[in-house]
Design a protein around this ligand. Structure first.
Ligand SMILES: Cc1cc2nc3c(=O)[nH]c(=O)nc-3n(C[C@H](O)[C@H](O)[C@H](O)COP(=O)(O)OP(=O)(O)OC[C@H]3O[C@@H](n4cnc5c(N)ncnc54)[C@H](O)[C@@H]3O)c2cc1C
Length: 621
């Protein structure tokens, strides 16, 4: 029996990282949103690492912020440690990482949701979709309640037909202590979607009071604080350290002796796991010559004893887990609060989705986050934001927001998902971008604030602040390229501290190009630079733009060249089977993915330059 509950503009299925951004963005733009989730007390839960950011992921968080999303703001408001990773390396790989207070993060996000007009919450499990003439018109929950809406955004995470494995025991669940989402996978299959399985895992959580930190190496946060959000009012909070320990010979022995109890190694799990977050048993088998692996002990928050053991994910039985944990220096007496587990879940390979994140089969149906085959909070949140914006655009008949690879990691992420057949959880890495020097975490605002403002998610105050910052950056670059400093004894004594020297007068912009010269040094040798007292956001950017000017220009030329192929649009109704001089395999791939441009076609695995030439000739005709 179905009951008509209400009418909405957008239904978001899932209150995880993708669902939160999707609901908030669509509602802030003016849509009436229903946010359904299996357990509303778990909104924005971090079921794995209590941390936001890291290489490439931090850039995604800054991009979310620049477009008007909320993840950066929430991470800034709830950190227990902030750290810049790869600080000694180039700007393309520098990354902010926030250790988060897991509970506070959830509360913060829930508060934003509850204070956003137009979002209606519902604790339920969406089990079916209502579709008419290939258009979505609503969704149904497990009680038979029917919700009408011209758009539905699926952000089901690891819950879709989820099954948890701990040793050889398994049971249906999406995450530890949370029911699975049953029914929706079948509904999607009936609609014609190809639904497949992936797997991920998480380590156990231990009691802080049973840990001997004296046997570990302390890992403090940075003294100098950095933040994600480009908005002001950044909170100064208490920072707590993480600790580093390592696996021992004993750990490796226990794991090897118990592999017959591993659901992975016994073939009980069929889904592929994340290559870049392997389980500890995978690491020990795959890197057998490595006698030890780093293990980080990270707090789950300020108000809890729970500690997360990063790098120690496993699906071995709980008694084996206890032995494994107690073989780590400092954890000999550790008490496990929550066991480690693996979870296998359904996803919809995103080649069935377009760049707007709307599915190709059903109009108005969007997918974002783990359901698209990704892994990670940041990847999920970024897609959720895009899906929320485009659901709003769809109901208003506006153009879909599609981001290019050269504009952002988000554009790169989505293009990879919809173009390549993803067979393992996709995590964002700096190496996935051919333009990674252009797509830095420090310039996300320069790349995307205009877009966020145009959409309506970035308000005038933030927009004007961004404009002012860009003006300051440009003025300072101009000033440094006009200002000459003389080769005085005083100047050279400061330069000598970093192994530099000048024989004659030099422009400051030339001097800062030298690898050892930072803006801080320039400040010390030039009175006017010191007096200007520019914010670090500005001076960091000035330094990067001058230092890497040559490389940046080279990447800009690359972008221009790639854009030429982007201009060759491929008609939607093209019949690839009729094209001569292309292999059957390539025709099948093109027909499956249906690239929108020659550039996208060229990125499909197995499509050769010769195939692109054939397509180009055909399109020119
Ligand atoms: C055990 C485990 C290990 C992980 N390990 C890693 C890792 O190593 N590295 C990494 O980067 N990421 C890892 N993650 C993944 C990370 O948690 C996710 O990538 C991220 O949370 C995905 O965000 P999401 O919004 O897509 O889904 P989630 O955050 O999972 O949120 C999905 C939400 O949808 C709700 N939901 C699902 N189906 C329905 C339905 N039918 N009706 C109503 N509500 C529904 C759920 O209740 C949940 O609230 C792990 C996750 C888990 C569970």
């Amino acid at each position: 029996m179905r009951y008509l509950e209400n009418n909405f503009d957008v239904i978001v299925v899932g209150g995880g990282h993708a669902g939160c951004e999707a609901a908030i963005s669509a509602a802030r733009l003016g849509a009436k949103v229903l946010l359904c989730s299996l357990n509303l007390d778990n909104i924005a839960l971090m079921p794995c690492n209590p941390a936001v950011g890291g290489p490439a992921k931090s850039t995604l968080v800054r991009e979310i912020d620049a477009l008007g999303g909320v993840m950066g703001e929430a991470a800034d408001a709830t950190y227990v440690q902030m750290k810049i990773l790869n600080s000694s390396k180039g700007p393309a790989v520098r990354a902010l990482r926030a250790q988060s207070d897991k509970k506070e993060y959830m509360h913060y996000m829930r508060n934003i949701i509850e204070s956003t007009d137009n979002i209606y919450l519902k604790q339920c499990c969406i089990t079916d979709l209502i579709v008419k003439d290939n258009k979505i018109i609503g969704a149904i929950d497990e009680y038979g309640n029917e919700y009408k809406s011209p758009t539905v955004i699926l952000t089901t995470g690891t819950s879709l037909d989820g099954r948890i494995f701990i040793g050889l025991k398994s049971y249906r669940a999406g995450r530890l202590g949370e029911m699975p989402a049953i029914g929706l996978s079948d509904s999607l299959r009936k609609l014609g979607f190809n639904v497949k399985k992936l797997k991920t895992g998480t380590p156990c959580r231990i009691d802080k009071r049973t840990v001997d930190y004296s046997k570990m190496t302390i890992q403090p946060g940075d003294e100098k604080l950095h933040f994600y959000s480009f908005k002001p009012n950044r909170p100064i909070r208490k920072q707590v350290p993480c600790y580093l320990t390592r696996t021992t010979e004993e750990t490796h022995k226990i794991i090897k002796e118990n592999l017959d109890k591993s659901p992975m190694y016994q073939g009980l799990i069929h889904g592929v796991g994340p290559r870049y977050c392997p389980s500890i048993e995978d690491k020990i088998i795959r890197f057998a010559s490595n006698p030890s692996h780093h293990i980080f002990i990270e707090p789950e928050g300020l108000g809890t004893y729970e500690l997360y053991i990063q790098g120690f994910s496993t699906s071995l039985p709980s008694d084996v887990q206890t032995k494994m944990v107690r073989s780590l220096p400092g954890l000999e007496k550790a008490h496990i609060i929550k066991p480690a587990y693996a979870v296998e879940y359904d996803y919809i390979p995103a080649v069935q989705t377009s760049h707007s994140l709307m599915t190709k089969l059903i109009k108005g149906l969007f997918c974002a986050g783990q359901i698209n085959g990704t892994s990670g909070y940041e990847e999920a949140a970024a897609q959720g934001l895009l899906a929320g914006i485009n659901a709003f655009n769809y109901i208003n008949g506006s153009d879909m927001l599609e981001l290019s690879r050269s504009s952002s990691y988000l554009g790169t992420l989505v293009d990879d998902l919809v173009t390549k057949d993803i067979e393992e959880p996709y995590r964002m890495l700096t190496s996935r971008s051919e333009y990674r020097l252009l797509l830095r975490q420090d310039n996300a605002d320069a790349r995307l604030t205009e877009t966020g403002h145009k959409i309506g998610l970035v308000d005038d105050v933030q927009y004007n602040r961004y404009k002012e910052k860009q003006l300051c950056i440009q003025n300072e670059i101009d000033r440094l390229s006009k200002t000459k400093i003389s080769a005085s004894e005083e100047v050279n004594s400061i330069l000598a501290e970093v192994g530099e020297h000048i024989d004659r007068g030099i422009r400051l912009s030339e001097l800062i190009k030298r690898p050892n010269i930072t803006y801080d040094i320039i400040k010390r040798i030039d009175y006017e630079t010191e007096m200007r007292n520019l914010s670090e956001d500005v001076t960091d950017e000035v330094e990067v733009l001058i230092k890497y000017d040559g490389y940046l220009k080279r990447q800009e030329i690359q972008v221009e060249q790639a854009t030429k192929l982007e201009k060759y649009r491929i008609p939607d109704n093209i019949d690839y089977s009729t094209i001569n001089h292309i292999s059957t395999e390539t025709k099948e791939k093109l027909a499956k993915i249906r690239p929108k441009t020659l550039a996208q076609a060229s990125r499909i695995g197995g499509v050769k330059p010769a195939d692109i030439s054939v397509l180009m000739v055909m399109l020119s005709k």
